[in-house]
Design a protein around this ligand. Structure first.
Ligand SMILES: CC(C)(COP(=O)(O)OP(=O)(O)OC[C@H]1O[C@@H](n2cnc3c(N)ncnc32)[C@H](O)[C@@H]1OP(=O)(O)O)[C@@H](O)C(=O)NCCC(=O)NCCS
Length: 144
């Protein structure tokens, strides 16, 4: 999983998550792992996506969407009301991806990532990595 996700411990919602200790789904092609998603029971109402990564050569093929949908289905089966995820302020592709899947930005935790990194580091498009953007997908009740 290190291949996909640099930091084995993720700080989000002021809590630490060790990616390797959380349940995960993986996608394989030719006996090689090309994508994964890990998730956590966040609280009685929500499941949290802890990490999601698709190998660069396999991005844009629908794998990320398929993995998120599987976790959404799992969360619904567990009777949860929402799926949560965070991304960093520079990760505009992920922000687009999650909104495309029906997530809504609802909270920003300013500077928490910069504090964790100890300094401002350039991220995607040289945007300084600073803030934790919190998104959620709230499930609407199905009407028959
Ligand atoms: C972000 C990421 C998980 C998306 O996974 P993916 O497999 O490449 O995305 P998909 O092919 O499933 O895309 C699903 C939909 O989102 C859209 N989408 C994906 N990335 C997008 C982007 N950067 N901008 C706009 N739309 C985007 C796709 O067009 C697709 O739309 P469609 O259903 O109309 O075809 C993947 O690119 C990745 O691993 N990125 C690096 C790690 C990362 O940033 N992880 C998330 C951090 S929280």
């Amino acid at each position: 999983m290190q291949l996909f996700w640099g930091d084995p411990v993720q700080l989000m919602f002021e809590r630490q998550f060790t990616v390797a200790q959380e349940p995960a789904l993986v996608v394989e092609s030719d006996k090689k792992i090309i994508g994964f998603i890990s998730y956590s029971e966040f609280n009685e109402n929500a499941v949290l996506i802890v990490a999601l990564g698709i190998l660069p050569g396999y991005q844009g093929c629908g794998i990320g969407q398929m993995l998120v949908k599987q976790i959404e289905e799992y969360a619904r089966e567990q009777g949860k009301q929402q799926l949560l995820v965070v991304t960093s302020n520079d990760n505009l592709p992920a922000l687009a991806f999650y909104q495309h899947l029906g997530f809504q930005l609802y909270e920003v935790a300013p500077d928490v990532i910069a504090k964790k990194l100890g300094d401002l580091h350039p991220g995607i498009a040289n945007i300084p990595i600073r803030d934790e953007l919190r998104l959620r997908k709230v499930f609407t009740k199905q009407h028959i």
